[in-house]
Design a protein around this ligand. Structure first.
Ligand SMILES: Nc1ncnc2c1ncn2[C@@H]1O[C@H](COP(=O)(O)OP(=O)(O)OP(=O)(O)O)[C@@H](O)[C@H]1O
Ligand SMILES: [Mg+2]
Length: 267
């Protein structure tokens, strides 16, 4: 892949085994729109980092770089010290097997049943027999409260159900790193809380490392070890839920309390 910066192919700082994902000075533009303007962010192994920020601030763009769906204009994303956009196709595919991603708009294959959507990565990557795949699909659909819906078509589902199928698909492979793009958007408060509990359970039981984008501050406080706010293309502040709640930064205060008045202006 083409690179634009003279950064090294391995993370420059050794002896930092706790850091699983490191984003360094990441820049990304689309035409004249300079979306990411030097994002720095580190996620430790086993940590749950939540990213908050206004609509259009670049949250989805940021996490798409972590699985190599977008290529940086400058800067770098390292996962376990490997620069994601320097990996060849085979190495990237191997890395992606260790990551699950819930896309913001679920991105289900409309022509496939729910069961086949969830089984997709298992069929591609595991070599498991059909009955083992079927058991796993049934298990992860159970986790998201959709047991028995294998035969349904995506078109038959509500928005919240699609979201949960997308979540089941992201979890099916048992990935160590999960990127959740708005996992609770469009869900009723009870379902949202069940999904938050599932995210916490995966972190505690399986030591999953996660990066979650959300607008829902109740979810953010519940699932985050640390919350990072993306603002004007950079991480404005990062801290524990308590530190963010007590931040003196007016940008943070305006966002977390959802006030129209403040330094963050409407588009
Ligand atoms: N592939 C693309 N081509 C052109 N512009 C893009 C592309 N992807 C994102 N953008 C633009 O980059 C900006 C950031 O988009 P992004 O989807 O990351 O926002 P977001 O923070 O996730 O917002 P939301 O909370 O609404 O999901 C937007 O202005 C969007 O239009
Ligand atoms: Mg988004």
């Amino acid at each position: 892949m083409e690179t634009h910066e003279p950064e090294s192919e391995t993370a420059p700082r050794a002896g930092d085994k706790a850091c699983l994902i490191r984003i360094e000075d990441l820049h990304k533009s689309f035409g004249d729109l300079h979306v990411l303007r030097g994002v720095d962010l580190e996620v430790a192994r086993g940590e749950s980092v939540v990213i908050i920020g206004s609509s259009g601030s670049g949250k989805s763009v940021l996490i798409k770089h972590v699985i190599g769906l977008l290529e940086p204009d400058a800067g770098c994303v390292y996962v376990e010290g490997q620069s994601v956009h320097h990996l060849d196709r085979a190495a990237l595919s191997k890395l992606r097997q260790r990551m699950g991603m819930l896309f913001q708009y679920s991105a289900l294959f409309d022509s496939m049943s729910v069961g086949d959507n969830v089984a997709f990565a298992l069929r591609q990557h595991t070599g498991w027999k059909e009955n083992r795949i079927r058991d796993r699909v049934s298990e992860v659909l159970g986790w998201v409260g959709l047991q028995g819906s294998e035969g349904k078509a995506p078109a038959e589902l509500s928005g919240g159900m699609k979201k949960r199928v997308g979540l089941a698909r992201a979890l099916a492979l048992g990935a160590e790193i999960i990127l959740y793009d708005e996992p609770t958007t469009g869900l009723d408060p009870i379902l949202a809380d069940q999904i938050n509990e599932l995210i916490l359970d995966l972190a505690e039981r399986l030591h999953v490392t996660s990066v979650t984008i959300t607008h829902d501050m109740v979810s953010a406080y519940k699932i985050a070890d640390r919350i990072a706010m993306l603002y004007q293309g950079r991480i404005e502040e990062i801290g524990t839920p308590e530190e963010i709640q007590n931040s003196a930064n007016p940008v943070i205060q305006q966002f977390i309390h959802g006030r129209a008045e403040g330094p963050i202006t409407a588009m």
